[in-house]
Design a protein around this ligand. Structure first.
Ligand code: SF4
Ligand code: MG
Length: 330
């Protein structure tokens, strides 16, 4: 898929080309039922845009999204609404996604009424109780009669997961689901998401800037840089034998509590403007291994080992790339 956003305002010469932000460029990604795929990258790399494209929050500029191999139907119409309910987005800030003047009970009731309209009265209440049980919250009145601001961030994120479950989703798109939460409760929420993914055979895209959590949490990892996916593979391979120079940089810059200086993060420079992205490999201005070709030719994706691939000329099988690779290993 590709997504370009028009640049609003700013300088544009009369009759000149329309300026766009190249937010997501020719990205291809596959999610699997019952499996978590992490989408890792710096802020502004296009991760959230990609998740929102999958949720059909805005139209694609190019490409296609498929569910079970079938292209998403055009907006409006029943098939489209069915797709949208099967693909549920969980956002970073749970407070922003709730109606502040609706109780938890009425929010869940509304979700069940939309997605399971045949359920009424006692049956509907049973569905709501079941949802709360799945997120490990006891369906007590003193809890469900509360308003969003009376809950902690962690409790509210659990409720937003319950609300998503009301739609019987096949895909969860969790965009930094724990980043705004207290460190002490993050693991509990991640474990809950993992359990639901397995039990309900849901495909989950876990968007994060934290590559360490990807390794812990996700079977597969895709690394995104400047609107492109630059490396994909089993999380173990991507994090332990990172192939793409950007992934290597990301890992080197992650805070490591075991290192002296604690969580000091190495300065790794700035991502490029997506209005005028660099030609060739978008990473070339920051890449320590850049070759001549990298400045002009968009790299292909090369397979490193089974299921592990990097979009980088270092892995092309030619003499210059081999020499650079040897250099890199030294
Ligand atoms: Fe570096 Fe070239 Fe690989 Fe891009 S293609 S990451 S510039 S070596
Ligand atoms: Mg984001």
């Amino acid at each position: 898929v590709t997504k370009h956003f028009p640049v609003r305002g700013g300088l544009r010469r009369r009759g000149g080309p329309r300026r766009v932000v190249h937010a997501v460029e020719n990205v291809s990604l596959r999610l699997y039922a019952g499996r978590i795929t992490a989408l890792v990258g710096e802020s502004g790399s296009g991760k959230s845009t990609l998740a929102r494209l999958l949720a059909q929050l805005y139209p694609l500029t190019g490409g296609e999204v498929r569910l079970h191999g079938v292209a998403v139907p055009t907006p409006r119409g029943r098939a489209f609404r069915e797709y949208v309910s099967k693909v549920q987005l969980i956002l970073q800030d749970p407070f922003g996604s709730f109606n502040p003047v609706a109780t938890i009970a009425s929010t869940l009731k509304r979700a069940v009424a939309i997605h399971q309209p045949a359920k009424r009265g006692a049956e509907q209440q049973a569905v709501i109780d079941g949802l709360l049980a799945q997120i490990n919250l006891v369906p007590q009145r003193q809890f469900t009669e509360k308003y969003p601001h009376e809950l902690s961030g962690g409790q509210l994120q659990r409720v937003s997961i319950a609300r998503a479950l009301a739609a019987s989703p096949e895909v969860f798109l969790a965009d930094e689901p724990v980043s705004s939460l207290d460190v002490s409760i993050r693991l509990g929420i991640l474990n809950l998401l993992r359990r639901l993914t397995e039990e309900r055979n849901v495909a989950m895209l876990y968007v994060t800037h934290d590559i360490a959590s990807a390794r812990y949490f996700a079977a597969d990892t895709a690394v995104m840089y400047a609107g492109e996916i630059v490396e994909t593979g089993p999380s173990e391979a991507v994090t332990q034998q990172a192939a793409h120079p950007y992934t290597q940089l990301l890992i080197a810059s992650a805070p490591d509590p075991s290192r002296a200086g604690g969580d000091r993060v190495r300065d790794i420079g700035q991502p490029p403007s997506l209005i005028d992205p660099p030609a060739g490999c978008r990473f070339h201005p920051r890449c320590p291994y850049a070759m001549e070709r990298c400045k002009t030719d968009v790299p292909e994706s090369f397979e490193i080992s089974a299921g592990h691939a990097a979009k980088c000329w270092l892995y092309a099988d030619d003499p210059e790339a081999r020499a650079k690779r040897a250099d890199n290993a030294r």
